[in-house]
Design a binder for this molecule. Structure first.
Ligand code: MN
Length: 254
């Protein structure tokens, strides 16, 4: 089994090494192609307005001066002589839960893989304080990574779908188990814009996302994470809201 690993935290991110260790329990045919710099929040963007450079760090280990989607596309179209059987993206530093997934470079790298018809899985480690290092940053991912991945890599996954995995912010021994759940919904108001003044006296603004409080119903990723479960959520690339097709079509009928 050939595995391609990528992420959105960059080629030097600690979570990439965590994922390499997890992947090594599944295969010894591992390729790495990740952004050269952190790309958290890049979403599913593709670099179109400037050239992209590739750096070879070692055999089967590359970085790309672009987004996570650039890295996956570069690996598939230019760097790998044969396509991978599986793409793993992560382990992200921080949650990718609920409706945050479209902001996520980690999840979007898996979307890019799914577009190419490859079995793709995004993995994220939720932090107790979002984005901050704490005492057991990747403990749950390290302890549960193989257990959650082994059934997934063998599972049939529908075309144009990907799998989003999140590990709760607790040590591995405190994890309650694995739950397959749907996406929850965040409270949009938890996002903030912090205003400050730069050293030259000009104002700047900084977007922030705070907390992982779940605000939606039962059986969601947000609820399961808050209860200490590893979450597994299948996502689809087709965003069409089917019930609205007929309702909108009626509006254009004379
Ligand atoms: Mn990230």
């Amino acid at each position: 089994m050939r595995i391609l690993i990528t992420n959105d935290d960059g080629i030097s991110a600690p979570g990439l090494y965590v994922l390499e260790k997890i992947a090594a329990t599944l295969s010894d045919d591992i390729w790495i192609c990740a952004p050269s710099e952190e790309q958290s929040g890049a979403g599913h963007s593709l670099t179109l307005t400037r050239p992209v450079r590739v750096r070879k760090h070692a055999e089967r280990r590359f970085s790309v001066t672009g987004t996570p989607s650039d890295a996956v596309a570069m690996a598939l179209k230019k760097l790998m002589p044969e396509p991978p059987d599986i793409i793993l993206s992560g382990v992200n530093r921080g949650a990718n839960l609920g409706d945050d997934v479209t902001y996520s470079g980690t999840v979007s790298a898996a979307m890019e893989g799914a577009l190419a018809g490859i079995h793709s899985i995004a993995l994220s480690q939720v932090y107790a304080k979002e984005g901050m290092a704490d005492a057991v940053p990747f403990g749950a991912a390290e302890g549960w990574g193989e257990r959650v991945l082994r059934p997934l890599v063998e599972a049939p996954i529908a075309p144009r779908t990907l799998i989003n995995v999140n590990f709760p912010p607790v040590t591995a021994d405190k994890v309650k188990g694995i739950k397959v759940v749907r996406q929850g919904f965040h409270d949009y108001a938890r996002g903030s814009v912090v205003e400050g003044t730069d050293p030259r006296g000009y104002p700047y603004y900084w977007f922030g996302l705070h907390g992982i409080e779940h605000t939606s119903g039962h059986d969601t990723d947000l609820e399961a994470i808050s209860e200490g479960f590893v979450t597994v959520t299948p996502l689809q690339l087709d965003l069409t809201h089917r019930p609205s097709l007929a309702l909108l079509a009626e509006r254009y009928q004379q």
